[in-house]
Design a protein around this ligand. Structure first.
Ligand SMILES: [Zn+2]
Length: 96
């Protein structure tokens, strides 16, 4: 499944981020300030449109921050955790 990551800056200067699934629904949202990272409830609005909105509830300033995103500009997250890590065998075990 393709996933996307978006981020924007809140009025309080916290960085709001969210992970979206391929239907642009929010899987997880969080907010970060230098040295602090906290969960931020987020949801997408009109996710089926090319230009859709994502709203965060910022845990730092309690604003409901709405940002517009363009679907064609979303960055997909590379699937690094898909089990393709090289299995290491250094041959130190006694021969079987
Ligand atoms: Zn904020």
């Amino acid at each position: 499944m393709r996933r996307f990551q978006i981020s924007s800056r809140c009025e309080c200067q916290a960085i709001l981020s969210a992970t979206l699934d391929e239907n642009r629904h929010v899987l997880a949202g969080w907010a970060a300030r230098p040295g602090v990272k906290d969960l931020a409830p987020a949801h997408s609005i009109n996710a089926h449109l090319e230009r859709f909105d994502v709203g965060w509830l910022c845990p730092f300033c309690n604003r409901n921050t709405l940002r517009t995103f363009y679907a064609g500009a979303l960055r997909s997250i590379p699937e690094t955790a898909s089990g393709t890590a090289p299995s290491k065998s250094d041959g130190s075990a006694p021969g079987a």
